[in-house]
Design a protein around this ligand. Structure first.
Ligand SMILES: Nc1nc2c([nH]c(=O)n2[C@@H]2O[C@H](COP(=O)(O)OP(=O)(O)OP(=O)(O)O)[C@@H](O)[C@H]2O)c(=O)[nH]1
Length: 135
């Protein structure tokens, strides 16, 4: 088996039922694709801690762990690693999300998520988000 990479990701849902997508910046693997904010779970870190850290670094918002609800997960084999990615939902945070790392961000209704090219692992997550936030 290829190595397993654990990535924690979050669907931020705003009061209008829109979900935040962030575009992977130029120069990174899968540049240009739209993804859920998050990142690799570091050594000695819990997935929830990863998200709190990443949401602060990437978007400049503060999230309380109690506001992170597990929704589903992605399990996908890429060419050089297997991605295991828990997806959390968060509807409450402090601050105004903005792309702190020069990435574009967009608030998207679940039924429009397919308009945004995403990493292959994310595609099976879309129906879960459509169920979560009816349009
Ligand atoms: N955050 C996030 N990562 C995702 C999603 N879908 C998906 O396949 N991934 C993959 O999960 C990994 C996340 O790693 P990352 O963003 O922390 O790291 P990175 O590629 O910038 O690498 P680096 O930190 O080693 O430079 C990447 O390979 C990314 O392509 C998603 O929806 N959100």
């Amino acid at each position: 088996m290829t190595r397993m990479v654990l990535v924690s990701a979050c669907a931020l849902v705003d009061p209008d039922g829109r979900i935040l997508l962030a575009q992977r910046p130029e120069g990174k693997a899968m540049a240009g694709l739209w993804e859920f904010p998050g990142g690799k779970v570091e050594k000695d870190e819990r997935p929830e801690e990863t998200l709190i850290r990443e949401l602060r670094e990437e978007l400049g918002i503060t999230v309380n762990e109690a506001c992170l609800a597990p929704l589903t997960f992605a399990s996908h084999t890429y060419e050089d690693f297997h991605l295991l990615m828990p997806l959390y939902v968060c509807r409450r945070w402090d601050g105004f999300p903005s792309g702190r790392e020069k990435q574009q961000i967009k608030w998207v209704r679940p039924n429009r998520l397919r308009d945004y090219p995403m990493p292959a692992a994310d595609e099976p997550l879309i129906p879960h988000l459509m169920d979560l936030v009816p349009s």
